[in-house]
Design a protein around this ligand. Structure first.
Ligand SMILES: Nc1ncnc2c1ncn2[C@@H]1O[C@H](COP(=O)(O)OP(=O)(O)O)[C@@H](O)[C@H]1O
Ligand SMILES: [Mg+2]
Length: 242
């Protein structure tokens, strides 16, 4: 099995409060791993730890068989360039049209010609079904379109790993299921690896290859989603029934 990231004995907290307690899991390459758990259980904290926003108290993150603490600054910046993030309220900037929003990560790197930016942004817009809306401003787009736009922006530097924090929150069921299809397309057609925090059972059922279930900062389950569905664990059964 090909593991893109390995997280070992990971503990993370804020001030004195320990939020994640000794977690062990890995992220399988070219698969979708869902992170499940009640509100406040530490799901977003895991994503923030992976992208280096919060330091871990103990444990290690292994990326391509090397602990990231031992990466040089240059290697680290390469690592972060391979990650695309769709934050929980991952909003587009209102002052820019959709095209410019998606072009932003490329422009911020100052290394792309405008022609290449144009081609790549158009390709991404096409992949998320928004090519016709390139000139529109966020205020002119529906909630689902904004989410798809934000996903296109997270993908623009062609990351290997995409982190999505509750991507379908606040979307109607049809739009949410379109977003699920889009995430699967990124896995199947672009070979991306995704970590998706969600609590929508329908979405989990469609997209999940692997699952991590958090319960008060500990891993209640980690493994294949099919095994999770068939598990006898009371906490998980409650979760699946709720
Ligand atoms: N910046 C922060 N400072 C202090 N505590 C925080 C901060 N962010 C989150 N927490 C706390 O950490 C716990 C986990 O939060 P979070 O990872 O956002 O949970 P989830 O995404 O599962 O809802 C919560 O108890 C929350 O109050
Ligand atoms: Mg959260």
């Amino acid at each position: 099995m090909n593991k893109l990231l390995k997280l070992k004995n990971l503990s993370v907290g804020y001030n004195r409060e320990i939020v994640l307690k000794n977690l062990n899991f890995f992220i399988e390459k070219k698969k979708i791993t869902v992170i499940l758990g009640k509100s406040g259980s530490g799901k977003s904290t895991i994503l923030k730890t992976i992208i280096g926003l919060i330091p871990s108290i103990t444990g290690e993150i292994v990326f391509f068989d090397k602990i990231i603490d031992y990466y040089s600054e240059k290697e680290l910046s390469k690592f972060y360039n391979k990650i695309g993030v769709l934050f929980q309220n991952g909003a587009l900037l209102n002052s820019m049209n959709l095209f410019d929003n998606i072009a932003l990560p490329m422009r911020m790197r100052f290394e792309y010609e405008e022609q290449e930016i144009k081609e790549r942004v158009s390709t991404k817009l096409d992949q998320v079904g928004l090519l016709k809306f390139a000139e529109k401003y966020p205020a002119e787009l529906s909630g689902g379109m904004k989410k798809r736009g934000a996903l296109a922006r997270a993908m623009i530097l062609e990351p290997e790993l995409i982190l999505c924090d509750e991507p379908s929150a606040g979307l109607d069921p049809v739009t949410a299921s379109e977003l699920d299809d889009l995430m699967k397309k990124m896995r199947d057609e672009l070979g991306a690896t995704l970590i998706v925090v969600t609590h929508e059972l329908r979405s989990i059922n469609t997209i999940a290859d692997n699952a991590l279930v958090l319960n008060e900062g500990k891993a209640e389950f980690f493994g294949k989603y099919d095994d999770m569905k068939n598990s006898n664990n009371e906490f998980i059964n409650k979760f699946l029934r709720s």
